[in-house]
Design a protein around this ligand. Sequence first.
Ligand code: ZN
Length: 99
Amino acid sequence: MATDYDAPRKQDEDLKEDSIEELQSRRSDQQSGSVDEDEAAAAESFELPGADLSNEELSVVVLPAQEDEFTCGSCFLVRHRSQLAEERDGVKFCFECMG
Ligand SMILES: [Zn+2]
């Protein structure tokens, strides 16, 4: 009877050792996987404010031309209306580029 109890115990211990090794190997796999997930999540969280910044940059690019200003179609600098030398098909050019 004692051997009957001993035999399954040994098997259980062997199984335990095997499962522990498996768990350890799996844990290391999960750790590396979780690191990747964290990096991915961090990248995503970084992308959101970055997208907002790009939107701000776009609006900044669009905004500078005030009512009394224009963007030169040749040098692409924002010029005061007083520097408007010529307008062709809605594209304005400054004196510097026309001169
Ligand atoms: Zn110009």
